[in-house]
Each structure stands twice: as C-alpha cells, then as structure tokens.
Design a binder for this molecule. Structure first.
Ligand code: NAD
Length: 355
C-alpha cells in the first residue's frame, strides 16, 4: 500500500496511527481537510479484516466528512477515526480512555464523536481524557446524534419525491430500510408515522425483532436490493451500491443514512443514474447528526441547528437538480460541497487581510 499516494490522491492532510501498549488499542485518525476549520468526525470501532481495510475506511469516511460539513454550511473540516477491534471483544473504559488520549494529541484539530460500534457511554469515557469529543450522555455533551441524522434523511426523502415530480405524501409509498440500528429504526418510524408501508431488514436478529415489535412494520422477504419499493433507505454499512446490487434495484429512490453507500463513487454513481434510480448523496442526506454535534460545539442555538437540519431538504433538492446535467448525483454533491469550501476559503482570506 502506497500511503502517500493514497493521501495525495484524495487530498488528505494527515493520517495518524496509535498503539496503546497497556490496552492493546490500535487506532487511526485521518484528517482530510481543515480548510474551513477544525474537523469533527465519529470514531468507528470495527473488526476489520486487515489493516489496509481500516486505512481505506478511515480515508473515505474522513473525505466524506469534509463534503458533509461544507454542504451543511458548517465552518468545519473533515476527519474521522477508526479503532481496529477484535471480533467478540467488547469495548472497555480503559480502551476508550486510551482513545481519548490519542484524540487529545490533536489539541482540537480533531473532535471525536460516536459512529458504528461506539456508544454515548464510550464517548463519555473518552471525555475523561479530552474535551474534544461530542455526543456523550453526561461528561461530553450533545447526546446521541442519530435522531437528528434520521430526521435529516427523512427531510431529504421529500426532496427526492419532488425531484421525481411526486407529491410528498408517504401514504401510498413503500419504504425499505436496510439496517434498523440507531438511525435506521428512526427512519423507519418517521416513514411509518408519515403513512408509508415500511419493510425492514437487519443482520442482527435482536434489533430486527425489537423494531418489528415496536413499530409493527413488515420484514423484507428475500434480497433487500431486489425488493420492489418506492424508496430504499440503506442505513447499515457502506459499499452497498455496487456492480452486483445496482442492476437488481427495483426502487425509484435510494436515500438512506449509511456513509459511503457507493462502493465506487464515480463508476457506481454513474451506473445508478443510468439505471434510472434517483440516488441522494449520503453525505448530504445524513448530515443531521454532524449538524447537531458540530452546531453545539461551535455554539449554534437549538433553533439554528434545527433550521440547518430542515435545510437538508433544500440542499438535496439543489444537488439533485444539478445532477441532471452531471454524470451522477455523487459528483453533483461533491461539486456543491467544493463550491462551499472555495467560498469559505475566500471569506477566510478576506477576513485575514489587513484593512
Ligand atoms: P448502528 O450500528 O446503530 O446500526 C446499524 C445496523 O445495521 C445494525 O442494527 C446492524 O446489525 C445492521 N446491519 C449491519 N450490516 C447489515 C446488513 N448487511 N444488512 C442489514 N443490516 C445490517 O449504526 P447507525 O448509527 O444507525 O449508523 C448506520 C449508518 O449510518 C453507518 O454507516 C453510519 O456511519 C451512518 N451514519 C450514522 C450517523 C448517526 O448519527 N448515528 C450519522 C451519519 C451517518
């Protein structure tokens, strides 16, 4: 693996590795961009098959955070961290505190939060070692961001329907949700409350049964990608839209909370468009949690935060409109985010120029 080539190919600024001998923690922090400010991004704790997979994941996730923050009009950069866990080993306070000390070495350039495998309790343990962490229940503030992520995703679905010239009326729609964890279960609930017929699937049987019991929704029968529906909401892990799955899709819209849904953003982004499926870029759709935590970190009011989460609908609408003249919605989303970064850079320069 040519690390510097990997870093320069997507414009990453920094990749830092950490090993804590006492706890065995192996973790990586990737800073993609600080062009607009310090960078907030979750910590993912996952049993990666090898180190290369973890490096690729943290690089892609951190790049996505740059676009997510910029598109949400936050004065923040993009970063992310991963912990290389061993399957079956539960997280401990000692491990979380070691991670907190690693985060602290960045002195606020990187602000950690939860992601897959990291709970608000883990975040609070990290917060014993660093103030640069958000999303805990008590020590660190902000709480679980997933309700805000789910709300933003639901707002984006409205923009998708309008783009297809359909009324924003869920009562005649079928929504399929893949992964009913923290965000997916809430997306399912919002769609159901709006009147949609909701079908769910999850590899974790306990999660699946809990949500089916709580909401009374149906379970996907067979392959999730070939299930006929109006909206498919991928709310589990990334890479689910690829050469194998795109030809199977029988939905009009893909709009979900999962990060990095396109395995190959350029090729699969173009292929899903050619397949006639409207794809709402994940980093626009799932910005609600970031808006919440970054908003609190930089001192926005509740009202300003909620306004920004409402704005996810109009941002999605603009990006989907731009995408009509571009190879893919992914590229339209990146172009939109980059235009915000350029504008932010020139505003920064203007304020730094002596009068
Ligand atoms: P979570 O761990 O709470 O839920 C994920 C669920 O997906 C779990 O129930 C898991 O069993 C299930 N799952 C995993 N693989 C699956 C598969 N192949 N098929 C079906 N189900 C599967 O995670 P979450 O917080 O809901 O996050 C989900 C996705 O959304 C992740 O990609 C995450 O990075 C992204 N995201 C989350 C937030 C947030 O606020 N939590 C914000 C932005 C993006």
């Amino acid at each position: 693996m040519k690390l510097f080539e990997l870093l320069s190919s997507h414009g990453h600024e920094r990749l830092a590795f950490h090993h804590d001998a006492a706890t065995g923690l192996r973790a990586i922090i990737a800073i993609h961009s600080t062009a607009l400010g310090n960078a907030l991004g979750g910590t993912r704790r996952w049993a990666y098959s090898d180190e290369a997979e973890a490096i690729r994941d943290v690089l892609r996730l951190s790049e996505g955070m740059t676009y997510k923050a910029a598109a949400a009009d936050l004065p923040m950069g993009g970063a992310k961290s991963v912990i290389l866990a061993t399957a079956g080993n539960p997280a401990t306070e000692a491990e979380a505190r070691a991670m907190g000390r690693f985060v602290e070495t960045f002195r606020g350039t990187y602000i950690a939060a939860e992601d897959v495998g990291v709970t608000p309790q883990f975040v609070d343990w990290m917060a014993a070692e660093t103030e640069h962490v958000m999303g805990g229940d008590s020590v660190s503030h902000g709480g679980d961001p997933s309700p805000f992520t789910a709300q933003g995703c639901f707002n984006a679905m409205g923009a998708c329907l309008q783009n297809l010239g359909k009324p924003v009326n869920f009562s005649r729609l079928t929504v399929v949700v893949q992964g009913v964890g923290a965000t997916g279960s809430r997306v399912a609930k919002l769609c159901q409350q709006a009147g949609a017929t909701v079908l769910v699937t999850d590899t974790n049987v306990a999660n699946l049964q809990r949500v089916v019991k709580e909401l009374g929704v149906g379970v996907v029968d067979g392959d999730v990608f070939s299930t006929p529906c109006d909206i498919l909401a991928p709310c589990a892990l990334g890479g689910v839209l690829n050469q194998q799955t795109i030809p199977k899709l029988r939905c009009g819209i893909v709009c979900g909370t999962a990060n990095n849904q396109l395995l190959d953003p350029i090729e699969d982004g173009a292929n899903i468009k050619k397949a006639g499926v409207l794809y709402a870029p994940d980093f626009i759709v799932n910005a609600g949690g970031l808006i919440r935590l970054a908003g609190l970190y930089i001192g926005l009011s509740e009202q300003q935060i909620n306004e920004k989460i409402r704005h996810i609908e109009s941002t999605t609408a603009v990006v989907l409109r731009d995408a009509q003249n571009m190879p893919s919605a992914y590229e339209a989303g990146v172009a939109y985010a980059k235009s915000r970064i350029d504008r932010g850079r020139s505003n920064k320069k203007a304020t730094m120029t002596p009068a």
